[in-house]
Design a protein around this ligand. Structure first.
Ligand SMILES: Nc1nc2c(c(=O)[nH]1)N[C@H]1C(S)=C(S)[C@@H](COP(=O)(O)OP(=O)(O)OC[C@H]3O[C@@H](n4cnc5c(=O)[nH]c(N)nc54)[C@H](O)[C@@H]3O)O[C@H]1N2
Ligand SMILES: Nc1nc2c(c(=O)[nH]1)N[C@H]1C(S)=C(S)[C@@H](COP(=O)(O)OP(=O)(O)OC[C@H]3O[C@@H](n4cnc5c(=O)[nH]c(N)nc54)[C@H](O)[C@@H]3O)O[C@H]1N2
Ligand code: SF4
Ligand SMILES: [Mo]
Length: 905
């Protein structure tokens, strides 16, 4: 492919479901830079910390560049032939259900379409499921139960038009930062706008909230049935809408009335006054949007939570109207595209249903498929169980890392290890999953691949390549189509470009549709390569009767202002996709189930942090993003910490019946009593024992099959460390002989944290192995009685590594030490300063990174606040912090508040 180096390429961010437009530029020297696309209707030029750091994550370090069979480099032909023949033979010997694909919401729509077509239409099994099962399945199931289709009714603009935004189980400030910023900006213009946050934790999102309800884990069904009951009792229903467009209201209200306000208070852990305030605010505010994500979806009652929320919106007619509606925000960049192509094991394609014979027949005819799957396949958790017990004998994993991200990850890893044939398509040579693959297939990464993604508001945007594919990496759609051809399906998989695949996908969505299915982009059914190249972001539906194609053909992307088009909403006037075109109220009731026990008395809640993405395969490469939080951690309330005799910065062992992790302790009142929180990101590549999903259980929601990843019964105890250590080193350490360790990228090399249960260590040998240095000049300080050791190694004036060991958590400034890797240490005095572990007076310690764009630390912000900068904007003027992506603005506000409280004391 030709790449014009002087041009900015319009593409889309590969992280979250906000789907921000990105302009990427490759300079003459090969340097890549990115900025937000001012014309993209998702972000209008904004990017968050992850989006702004994209250029730091696209180096070739660790990339899988050639196909490998049993760890040996091969050509594509050999690898593809082996995959095709092994799958074909397994199907011939054991039937189509003996093979499976486990795919990802990070595939592009074109990749996803081909994989789904191969499995469901040509292999004849529906054993294809996706990591979206862990992410969106409860929302899909809830939508289908209520609307008859998996439709997201609203658009992002509704968040700006609403008078009340209810955020349920969503840490928008960190996980959908650009949407968060859009809300913050709207609120500044209209201070009357209210935000309510419903989350057991007081997250950074609480910064924007007028009310934070610290709900008990899984109290959401009780909260929203309580709301429905309240709406009924306080005459706040839209009877006209209920009568004209819905069924089942009476049963739903009756089910909701079983719990009175006192019962709701008991089930949610909230007091009756708080409940009444929230309920009346909801009752009186017509323009209300309820935004929800994993605190709702990832639960054993996830689908019921979704329907409890939707019931309240149907009962008030607040759906599909400007500024009103239930809004499930998606996590991955193409979670929605995956749903459109039918990547879930219980869906077909183009929002058609596998259990519906008419749908099967239609898709079979369209594909000219020999063997369309007759029933749903195995959902993710069941799929890996089938791998474990030998029912599945050949497994192909694409663009996901289940050894780290599936619940009960230890069992999933064992299943993969025992599987006779495992293929992994990935961009990295070594992840916790890739390491077990018999065949490794190198996929092109973001920036190298072309296709489309759909964001949370049903907007389809192009991802475009601006870099040449490295080594022999190939697009995922190409890899799958090649295997399909070699399995004997050449005709159906003759696609040569993503444009052809997109056109086929679009044509299927419009095929025999006539308005009976929500997903219809038939207008693009005959899109050609040129129009595909120019495609500007558009929101579906766009049936073939719509004028969309002409608009696309007439204008260059630069001149089409997509924002001038009216946003598309569903269901303001009913017309649901059920047989009677009415929405269904679903009667739901809170269950009183509890899963904690005397042995495992705490609820572990899991989730995300601001600057890391999932299993850190990309964000872990960025020094900027790795500085915000550099270790796996667990948050615990001070009362629980005291009860379990654990102090701040200790190492703790958190265990469940399935496994255990070692993580750093963070004591904080932001956490509810009785609950812990830990992030999902750390893997065996970055920590000794940080794989959080070795703790989680395979318990799933009975309707959606989505695992309950936010509620795991655990216990916590102090890991008795006799020594704690911290090091910086130029080279990544090959091994770290410590019970606990974590590594993080910094600009000059790596930061290492560690702890050991024993202290009889030869620290000089330890340092040498850590730094990987042979001929270095070593300066050392040992105080054996005090258990203090400091060792620094130099190559001339350059620091090779510095090690600090103490009997308590090491107090040396991390930021300062990491910076020393980049500086010149010409004099002996400068070199001794490193051994002393102290910044000179000319270099005050910046403290832990808060603003990753401008590398501003907490101490700098505290000092500026003390000097009179008491607003976030004032801090921005003084230090630039918070003025680029804005992702840290809530943290800055919290630091200002904390330092003012301190000053007042
Ligand atoms: N920085 C960053 N951003 C991301 C991602 C990332 O890895 N890093 N991943 C993307 C993906 S794939 C996803 S799915 C989204 C997820 O985005 P979010 O859903 O916002 O993120 P989580 O941190 O998983 O969980 C959200 C909140 O649910 C709360 N919660 C837990 N249990 C309950 C409960 O019972 N009830 C309620 N009401 N709340 C509860 C948690 O305390 C947590 O704050 O983020 C996307 N964006
Ligand atoms: N405890 C706990 N567990 C969770 C969650 C939680 O909240 N708590 N959240 C769940 C959710 S919502 C999600 S979405 C999952 C995410 O979990 P995963 O999907 O496992 O996480 P990623 O790290 O995004 O994995 C993506 C993989 O694809 C590779 N990759 C990147 N680009 C490409 C490409 O273009 N082609 C190919 N073939 N490969 C590529 C990357 O190198 C990486 O190995 O985790 C789930 N697990
Ligand atoms: S909010 Fe951030 S991570 Fe999400 S799409 Fe936009 S820039 Fe990317
Ligand atoms: Mo997700």
């Amino acid at each position: 492919m030709e790449i014009d180096e002087a041009r900015e390429v319009r593409t889309t961010c590969p992280y979250c479901g906000v789907g921000c437009g990105v302009l990427a530029k490759v300079a003459a020297d090969g340097q890549v830079s990115v900025r937000g696309d001012p014309d993209h209707p998702a972000n209008f030029g904004r990017l968050c910390s992850k989006g702004s750091a994209l250029a730091e994550t696209i180096d070739l370090d660790g990339r899988l560049l050639y196909p490998q069979v049993h760890g040996r480099r091969t050509g594509w032909d050999e690898a593809l032939d082996l995959v095709a023949s092994t799958f074909s033979r397994t199907i011939a010997e054991h039937g189509p259900d003996a093979v499976a694909f486990y795919v990802s919401g990070q595939l592009l729509t074109e990749d996803y379409y081909v994989a789904n077509k191969l499995m469901k239409g040509f292999v004849g099994s529906a054993n294809i499921d996706t990591n979206s099962r862990l992410c969106m399945a409860s929302s899909v199931a809830g939508h289908r139960r209520a609307f008859g289709s998996d439709t997201v009714p609203g658009t992002y603009e509704d968040l700006e038009l609403a008078d009340l935004i209810v955020l349920v189980g969503s840490n928008l400030a960190w996980c959908h930062p650009v949407l968060y910023q859009r809300i913050a900006a709207a609120r500044e213009k209209r201070p009357g706008m209210k935000v309510v946050l419903i989350d057991p934790r007081c997250t950074m999102t609480a910064d924007i909230a007028d009310m934070h309800l610290a709900i008990a884990p899984d109290g959401d069904v009780a909260l929203f049935t309580g709301l429905l009951d309240w709406l009924g009792q306080h005459n706040a229903l839209d009877r006209t809408y209920i009568t004209a467009h819905t069924t089942g209201f009476g049963q739903a209200l009756f089910a909701a009335s079983k719990l009175d306000l006192a019962g709701v208070a008991a089930a949610t852990g909230l007091d009756e006054d708080e409940l009444a305030r929230f309920y009346s605010l909801f009752a009186e505010t017509a323009k209300t949007v309820t935004v929800y994500s994993q605190g709702v979806n990832q639960s054993s009652s996830g689908t019921d939570k979704v329907n409890a929320i939707i019931n309240c919106h149907l009962a008030t007619g607040r759906i599909g109207r400007p500024g009103a509606g239930p809004f499930s925000v998606t996590g991955q960049p193409n979670a929605m595209g995956g749903r459109e192509v039918g990547g879930l094991a219980n869906m077909l394609a183009a929002h058609m249903e596998i259990d519906n014979p008419a749908h099967r027949d239609r898709v079979e005819r369209f594909w000219n498929a020999p063997a369309i799957a007759q029933r749903s396949g195995l959902k993710a958790v069941d799929m890996f169980e089938a791998v474990a017990d030998g029912r599945i004998k050949a497994l192909w994993i694409m663009a996901t890392n289940p050894v780290d991200s599936m619940p009960d990850a230890g069992a999933v890893e064992a299943a993969i290890k025992a599987c006779p044939f495992v293929v992994v398509s990935d961009v990295l040579e070594s992840t916790d999953t890739v390491r077990h693959a018999h065949v490794r297939l190198p996929a092109t990464a973001w920036g190298e691949k072309d296709g489309t993604v759909t964001n949370s508001e049903r907007r389809i945007s192009r991802q475009r390549a601006f870099l040449a594919a490295p080594g022999e990496a190939r697009p995922d759609w190409w890899i799958t189509a090649e295997v399909a051809r070699r399995m004997g399906f050449a005709e159906a998989f003759a696609h040569e470009t993503p444009a052809q695949i997109f056109a086929e996908h679009a044509a299927l969505s419009g095929f025999e549709n006539d308005g009976v299915r929500d997903f219809d982009i038939g207008a693009y059914g005959e899109i050609d390569a040129e129009a595909y190249e120019r495609l500007t972001p558009f929101q579906w539906p766009t049936p073939s009767s719509s004028p969309e194609m002409e608009t696309q053909a007439e204008h260059q992307p630069e001149t089409v202002n997509s924002t001038e088009r009216q946003p598309i909403r569903f269901f303001a006037d009913g017309a649901f996709y059920t047989p009677d075109r009415k929405a269904r109220f679903i009667p739901v009731q809170a269950s009183a189930e509890t899963r904690i026990s005397p042995d495992f008395p705490l609820v572990l809640n899991t989730g995300r942090i601001r600057d890391h993405w999932h299993t850190m395969t990309r964000t872990g490469k960025s020094p900027r993003l790795s500085q915000h939080i550099a270790e796996p951690f667990v948050e615990i309330h001070p009362v629980d910490a005291q009860r379990h005799r654990i102090g701040d910065a200790d190492i703790a062992r958190v265990s469940s019946p399935r496994g255990e992790v070692l993580v750093r302790v963070l004591v904080t009142t932001r956490q509810r009593q009785g609950s812990l929180f830990a992030p999902m990101h750390w893997t065996d590549q970055f920590a000794a024992r940080g794989r959080l999903d070795t703790l989680t259980a395979s318990l799933t929601d009975p309707v959606s099959g989505q695992p309950a990843l936010k509620y795991v019964a655990v216990r916590i105890e102090k890991f008795t460390a006799r020594v704690f250590g911290f090091a910086v080193t130029r080279k990544r350490p090959a091994t770290i002989a410590a019970d606990y360790w974590a590594v993080a990228r910094c600009r000059g090399g790596w930061r290492v944290e560690f702890a050991l249960a024993r202290d009889d260590v030869d620290w000089t040998a330890f340092a040498t192995s850590l730094f990987g240095a042979v001929d270095a000049e070593v300066l050392a300080y040992h105080d054996r009685d005090a258990g203090q050791h400091r060792i620094a190694a130099f190559d001339g004036a350059q620091l090779v590594g510095a090690l600090y060991v103490a009997p308590d958590p090491v107090a040396v400034s991390r930021g300062w030490a990491a910076q020393q890797l980049e500086e010149i240490h010409a004099s002996q005095r400068q070199r001794f300063r490193i051994v002393a572990g102290r910044a000179g007076t000319e270099q005050p310690d910046a403290g832990a990174t808060v603003c990753s764009c401008f590398n501003v630390g907490v101490n700098q912000i505290t000092a500026a606040a003390a000097a009179g900068c008491i607003t976030v904007d004032a801090i921005g003027v003084a230090l630039k912090a918070g003025t680029n992506c804005g992702s840290c603005r809530s943290e800055i506000r919290a630091i200002i508040a904390a330092s003012r409280v301190q000053a007042a004391e």
